[in-house]
Design a protein. Structure first.
Length: 380
């Protein structure tokens, strides 16, 4: 039974496995952790476990906590060095807090610190999947954060919204609940008169993106509505529902599920997962090694399920190698798909616009059947 409404997130049949993301602005103030509020949220997590749901927590707050302890300004985000130092101090306090409060309900907390590379590299991604699966089978509550003490700007998610969706893919979760400081997605800036909360969204389109703001109102977090829409896209590729709800209130999960206050993003294919596990991983990648631009004929063929042939390629970007993940774009720059290249960038450039009958003479060896094979490609 696929998820169809916010209340389904509290239904063990519709949602056996739920990822709950907690933003920094909810968990930490300038003075320290919002302990009483967190106790209430942990009670809700314990209730979900009691009714038979697996729960994974993606928790921000390490940098903010560490900044308070170290006395760093700008919430610990004044520089990369400040953020890394704050994270190293704050992660101890954050994991200890979750372990203590979950332990009061007889639940075991398990800490996982992940970097972007852990979920972008296929082998490491599968290792994370195996660890999460074993922890959940053992009854633990995984508490996950980005490993900000070692991640640099080039190899980090930058926000836990997208991390939550990637974790949901790895854990084969049914839904993601992003607890933030807003009720959900509005049709315009919620500060404007007449702004309306959208209760349900089927697929994230360009029009939906236009409604978003990239700002984080608290100054403690790193993501805004733009990152949440990106998270919804990542989740949707794996057929996973994603909800945005206001976590400021007491018992925020119940407020979302019982009162229906929030925005629920449903995958375009509500009957099942849009893509297999490997293709969902590929589509959700945040780091790509390059890009191929294709003509209108190739774009149309891709939409019908064909592989990408060199004849349809018009431009090559990047210094990728065979097997690297790349983007496929149309002539207007819109990303049509992600795929694993069968050639390196130099070879792709030599093959632009050529037929397969010409390629053996160009390459000096028998050409592969496609530049990107349909089995290694996912449409976005």
């Amino acid at each position: 039974m696929p998820i169809a409404r916010l209340s389904d997130l509290a239904d063990k049949t519709a949602c056996p496995r739920l990822v709950v993301k907690v933003g920094s602005s909810l968990l930490v103030t300038r003075e320290g952790p919002r302990r009483a509020w967190l106790e209430g949220l942990v009670a809700e997590i314990a209730a979900a476990k009691a009714r038979g749901q697996d729960v994974i927590v993606v928790s921000s707050g390490a940098i903010a906590l560490g900044a308070t302890t170290l006395g760093l300004d700008k919430g610990g985000r004044g520089s990369l060095a400040d953020a890394q130092a704050a994270a190293a101090v704050g992660q101890i306090a954050l994991s200890g807090l979750w372990a203590e409060l979950l332990g009061r309900h007889g639940l075991t907390a398990a800490q996982l610190l992940l970097t972007l590379e852990d979920l972008e590299d296929r082998r490491r991604y599968l290792n994370a999947t195996a660890t999460l699966t074993r922890l959940l089978d053992a009854g633990a509550v995984p508490v996950i954060n980005e490993n900000d003490s070692v991640a640099t700007q080039e190899i980090r998610f930058g926000d836990n919204d997208r991390l939550a969706s990637r974790v949901a893919q790895a854990a084969r979760a049914d839904a993601v609940l992003l607890l933030s400081d807003v009720d959900g997605l509005y049709d315009r800036n919620p500060k404007e008169a007449g702004a309306k909360l959208l209760p349900e969204v089927h697929g994230v389109t360009a029009e939906i993106h236009a409604m978003a703001s990239g700002d984080s109102s608290s100054g403690l977090g790193s993501g805004g509505m733009t990152s949440k829409l990106q998270a919804a896209e990542i989740a949707g590729l794996a057929g996973i529902a994603l909800a945005i709800a206001n976590g400021i209130h007491e018992a925020p999960i119940a407020r979302a599920t019982d009162e229906g206050i929030g925005t629920l993003f449903l995958p375009k294919d509500v009957r099942g997962r849009k893509a297999g596990a490997r293709k969902a991983w590929l589509g959700g990648r945040l780091r790509l090694r390059g890009a191929l631009t294709v003509d209108a004929g190739a774009a149309g063929a891709l939409a019908k399920g064909s592989s990408l042939l060199a004849k349809g390629v018009t431009e090559v970007e990047g210094l990728f190698q065979r097997g690297d993940a790349i983007a496929i774009r149309d002539g207007e720059g819109r990303i049509l798909a992600h795929g694993l290249s069968e050639y390196d960038a130099v070879e792709c450039a030599r093959l632009i616009g050529t037929h397969s009958s010409e390629q053996a003479d160009i390459l000096g060896y028998a050409p592969r059947s496609a530049v990107v094979h349909r089995d290694q490609l996912i449409l976005l």
